[in-house]
Every structure is written in structure tokens, then in C-alpha cells.
Design a protein around this ligand. Structure first.
Ligand code: SF4
Length: 592
């Protein structure tokens, strides 16, 4: 849904984009001149892209260079789409309203597999051929980065010239130096791509790799086409020693409104076995306190509200002190999901004073056993203590995240989930009794999707029909609880997400069919020779080549397998202990 608020809406796209720009503060407009022109694309609507700190940070990184001009492109929302269809115009950038095809480089920033279909829509609206091999020397290069590309870019591989893996701050300038200098030489595209692949170990060009399959359909080879090309693609990380990452563009037209986003840390050391971000952003890192204070003070000089961001926000040391300082200076803040075992009365009081109405915690599973399977390191007592503290502080609503379909989950685990929610409600009532007002429980129950580079990468996703049964069962079990709002995600979307997370390059053909069928996945599955269940429901063998094995994330596959086996025995393992622990392969004595 668009948040575009000008009424009546402009009738042409150029006026609409100029009006949108006029409501923004902080965007960058440069003359093109001889600069390298980059279309930075977020494959979803404007209001989604602009809340993504990674996307905003890339915009800054590109535009910091004097030899580059980067402009944003988004998937048009329904209102824009109608205007595009009526006008017949190709997809335009926001800053100068230039067609996508006029840029030198189209750079997608991809965070979610469910946006993959939008990528094809954007290429089509930009009048670019969808397949890399169909594009001419005059067409821009099409590349991508972002978290799903360093988990498994293979289902997207034929549509892209190359992917730049890893955290952008660590390789974007090296990449741009190389790209700009090679482009000046007017090298043919294939030569330029090969030279970049040979020179930059985090650049993956799918056309330079070939795959082979055995009769049972499994991958049996995945090799570069020439011996001198690297066999593995590196995923670089960045020590958070530089400037703190913040958003630069403010607009009232997003969910976050005028709030400035500040990154306090990256990666999470809790080692939850289902969480891809927890693995591929290892090791957990934080900015120094002085850097954080510097960024906060700068942010507060121009913004009333700051959004504090980190994968594990409650693991940030001094969080209580930081939030106190923000309030003392007459400003306000927001925080994302918190660890139940890290809440303190002081922090909750700050959250109340900041005007936040909901506190989010994520038990993920209802039973102690299943929380051990996923390595959550969270007991029922810790959850209930947190609920007491939350309800004692204020009439906060409590948002709870749970997953269903987790490996080894039984009916008993679901009964215990319902019991836990009932227990939480009762505790909220008891702790709020003297106050007389009580918040809601907002229960968000999502389907588990196995992800690459996690211990569950070998595990099949649970069958859609079984997930639907579980949803029905939970609805029934939770029916009598007052003040409870439940949302379930749709198992069919989880299935598609699993296909796009776990598939190899052959899955691109299904993606194309779904695009040609106007987003009708059912039709695409019917027409395809490839069986999507093969990727989603099949338990993978520890010996088989996985489509993402060519990516060197520094995480030892043997460690993941060990963790998987521990999970199936419901045994917890340690959390990260940077500087003392070297077990997953990411930290070494040299780099910590
Ligand atoms: S080596 Fe240990 S501390 Fe480092 S990322 Fe891996 S599990 Fe965490």
C-alpha cells in the first residue's frame, strides 16, 4: 500500500516523482556529466525501500564518490503502475526521472526472496531484456547485492551479469574503481566481467560457472568454466570501526516517517539455528561507544526521533544508558524486537517514556524442548519474568513471535505454545490488576523456512497441508483468550520463499514462468518440468553439493552439520564468545 499522501494524486509520473522528492529531505541530485550512472534499485515499493537502512547506506556509498551519480528506482505501487500503463513510459528514476536503460549500471539491493518476481517486473518495465545473455553491449550491466545474494543467488543467476557478495562497505569502492576503469577501456561486456571476476574475489558472475546434475536431479558439479577463475566466492565483512551507518533521507511517506535510523551493531551472537542472519553476519560486531555517541548527538541535532537498529539490539552494551541520554535531551527513540532475558525495569521505563506502545519479544517456540532444538537459550521462567516486568511497567501491548513447522515439532509443542500464550495473558492481567488497564497480545505465527548457511539447510520444509492443520489447531486452542490478536503468514508464500532460498539455477525457469503468468505461481508450477517439491520438501544428504556451496562465508560446513545433529538431539550449544571461540570458522586468532 502506498503512503503517498498528496491529493488529488498527480496524473503523470514525472510530477508524481517531483512531488515525492519535494517531500524528502537529504536526497542527492547530481548532474550526470561524465560520471558513471548507477540506478540503485529496490525491488519493492518506495515506502518499503526507504525504511531499509542497507539501501539508504548504499545510496550514500555510491554518491560519496565524485565520479558516480546514483539515483533510486523502485517497483511502482498500484497508483504509479496505473499512471505508467496509461502513459506507456518506461520505468524512471526518482531523482532525474530518467529511464532505467539510460544508466551504465543497474544495481539491485535485495533483502527478501519474495521480492524476486518484482526484479523481473522492474527489468521489463525498464525495457531491458530479462536474461543477461540477451542484453546488448549498449544495455546497462545488471548486478545485485544484498543479503539473499550471499545466501544463495542461484535462482536469480541467469538474469544478472554479476553479484557483489558481502557487506557493501567492504568492497563497493574496490568494485567501482575496477568497473569504472575497465568501462573506460570500452572492453566488451564478457571481457570486462571475466577481468572483474579474476580480480575481485567477492564478485560472482554466474555465466562463468557451469553446473552438472546426476540422474536423481541433485547437483553433482559446480565449477568455473576456466581454470584461472576462482572456485569459491568470498563474502567479506567489515569491522565496525568507521562511521556509524545512519539513514540520510527523511520523508513522511514511509512507515518510519521523519525518524532517523542508526545502526548500533551488526550480527547476532545468539546462534539460533533457524536464523540465516545470525549466521551470515557473524561475528557479532558493535560500534565503539564513542562512535555511537558521536552519531547519536549528530542525529539529535536535526531529528527529534531516532530508530535504534541492530540484529540483536538488546545485546548492545549500555543500551539503557543510551536511551536515557536520548530522553534527557528531549528526544525520543524506537527499538525493534528485544530479548526477553535482557529486559530491565530501567530500559522498559525508557521505552514507556519514548511513547512506544508495544514491546516485542520472540520466544519462537512454545516448549522448552523445541527452544533447545533451535538453540534459543530462553526458558519459560525468563519469558514469564519478562512479561511480569513489561506488564508492571505500563499497559504495553506485547508482540510475540513464534514459528511453526520447526524441525522435530510435535502436537505437544503446539499445545505448549498455546499454554504459554495463555500463561502470558494471565500474567499480564495479574500484573496490571492495580492499574486497571492492560495491553493486548499481538501474536505473530510464521512458518519456518530452512535457509542456506544454517544448521537446518539440509532439513525439508514442512508440508503446506500440515502447516495449515497446525494453524487451525492453534486457532482453536487460542480461541478463548481475551485481548489476543493473531496473525498467521500464508504457508504457500513460505513454500515459495523456501523454493527461492534453497533452489539451484534451474529454479530461474519457474521464476520466469511465474512472471509470465502475471505472478501466478500455481500456473508456473503446473507448466514447469521441474518439480519445486524437490527443492522444498527433500531432506538433503550431508554429502551432496548444495547450490550455495561455492560461496565462502567462512562458516565451516562441518560445524553446521554438528549443530544440526545437536538440534535433532534437542541439545543446546554455546552462544558466540568472540575472542575465545573459534568453532564455526568465522573467527580466527588472526582476525579477532
Ligand atoms: S567462531 Fe565462535 S565467536 Fe566467532 S562467529 Fe563463530 S561461533 Fe561466534
Amino acid at each position: 500500500m502506498s503512503n503517498y499522501k498528496v491529493n488529488p494524486p498527480p496524473k503523470d509520473i514525472i510530477t508524481l516523482y517531483r512531488t515525492r522528492l519535494s517531500r524528502e529531505k537529504g536526497y542527492i541530485k547530481k548532474d550526470w556529466g561524465a560520471r558513471t550512472r548507477i540506478a540503485l534499485v529496490y525491488p519493492n515499493h518506495y515506502n518499503m525501500g526507504m525504511t531499509n537502512l542497507g539501501f539508504q547506506s548504499l545510496y550514500q556509498l555510491f554518491n560519496q564518490r565524485t565520479d558516480v551519480v546514483a539515483e533510486r528506482i523502485f517497483l511502482p505501487d498500484d497508483q504509479e503502475m496505473r499512471i505508467y500503463l496509461l502513459s506507456g513510459k518506461p520505468l524512471l528514476s526518482l531523482e532525474s526521472q530518467s529511464p532505467l536503460s539510460n544508466f551504465d549500471l543497474v544495481a539491485f539491493s535485495i533483502s527478501f526472496e519474495n521480492d524476486y518476481l518484482n526484479i523481473l517486473k522492474i527489468l521489463e518495465m525498464g525495457r531491458l531484456p530479462l536474461f543477461a545473455f540477451q542484453r546488448s553491449e549498449d544495455d546497462p550491466f545488471v548486478m545485485a547485492g544484498g543479503v539473499t545474494t550471499f545466501l544463495n543467488p542461484e535462482p536469480l543467476s541467469p538474469f544478472f551479469d554479476f553479484f557483489l557478495l558481502g557487506e557493501a562497505e567492504s568492497n563497493i569502492n574496490i568494485f567501482l574503481d575496477l568497473f569504472i576503469s575497465l568501462k573506460k577501456d570500452s572492453s566488451p561486456k564478457t571481457k570486462l566481467i571475466k577481468t572483474m571476476s579474476g580480480s575481485l574475489d567477492s564478485l560472482y558472475a554466474p555465466s562463468l560457472f557451469q553446473s552438472g546434475y546426476s540422474r536423481d536431479g541433485c547437483l553433482n558439479s559446480f565449477e568455473p568454466i576456466e581454470n584461472n577463475l576462482p572456485k569459491k566466492i568470498n563474502v567479506p565483512r567489515k569491522a565496525l570501526t568507521g562511521q556509524v551507518r545512519t539513514s540520510i533521507i527523511r520523508t513522511p511517506d514511509t512507515l518510519f516517517g521523519e525518524k532517523l535510523l542508526i545502526e548500533l551493531g551488526r550480527g547476532c551472537g545468539r546462534s539460533c539455528r533457524f536464523c540465516a542472519a545470525g549466521y551470515i553476519y557473524r561475528p557479532p560486531r558493535i560500534y565503539s561507544k564513542s562512535r555511537t555517541l558521536e552519531a547519536l548527538n549528530k542525529a539529535m541535532a536535526s531529528h527529534h526521533e531516532v530508530g535504534l537498529m541492530a540484529s540483536a539490539i538488546s545485546d548492545i552494551p549500555d543500551l539503557e544508558e543510551l536511551t536515557s541520554m536520548i530522553l534527557e535531551k528531549g528526544h525520543t527513540f524506537s527499538l525493534s524486537s528485544l530479548r526477553a532475558d535482557k529486559l530491565t525495569p530501567g530500559l522498559l521505563d525508557h521505552i514507556r517514556k519514548a511513547g512506544q506502545k508495544t514491546v516485542t519479544i520472540a520466544p519462537e517456540a512454545g516448549s522448552e524442548r523445541l527452544r533447545r532444538v533451535i538453540n534459543k537459550h530462553l526458558t519459560e521462567k525468563q519469558i514469564m519474568d519478562a512479561v511480569s516486568m513489561i506488564a508492571h511497567t505500563s499497559n504495553f501491548s506485547i508482540k510475540l513471535y513464534f514459528l511453526i513447522g520447526l524441525p522435530s515439532e510435535t502436537k505437544e509443542d503446539l499445545i505448549q505454545m498455546a499454554d504459554l500464550v495463555k500463561g502470558i495473558r494471565e500474567r499480564m492481567i495479574k500484573m496490571s490488576a492495580s492499574r486497571g488497564t492492560i495491553g493486548q497480545i499481538k501474536l505473530s505465527i510464521n512458518c519456518f523456512v530452512p535457509k542456506p548457511f544454517t544448521p537446518f539447510q539440509w532439513h525439508p520444509m514442512e508440508d503446506i497441508s500440515s502447516l495449515k492443520e497446525k494453524q487451525k489447531m492453534l486457532k482453536k486452542a487460542l480461541a478463548g483468550i481475551g485481548g489476543l490478536k493473531i496473525t498467521f503468514d500464508a504457508p504457500k508464500w513460505a513454500y515459495i520463499q523456501a523454493l527461492l532460498s534453497l533452489g539451484d539455477r534451474r529454479v530461474a525457469s519457474i521464476l520466469l514462468m511465474a512472471h509470465e503468468a502475471g505472478g501466478n505461481w500455481k500456473k508456473a508450477f503446473r507448466l514447469s518440468d521441474l518439480k519445486p517439491d524437490f527443492f522444498v520438501y527433500r531432506k538433503k544428504s550431508p554429502d551432496e553439493i548444495l547450490p550455495w556451496d561455492f560461496i565462502d562465508n567462512r562458516i565451516d560446513k562441518r560445524h553446521l552439520l554438528h549443530e544440526y545433529r545437536q538440534a535433532m538431539k534437542a541439545t543446546q550449544s554455546e552462544v558466540c564468545n568472540v575472542g575465545q571461540c573459534y568453532r564455526c570458522g568465522v573467527c580466527t586468532k588472526e582476525n579477532t
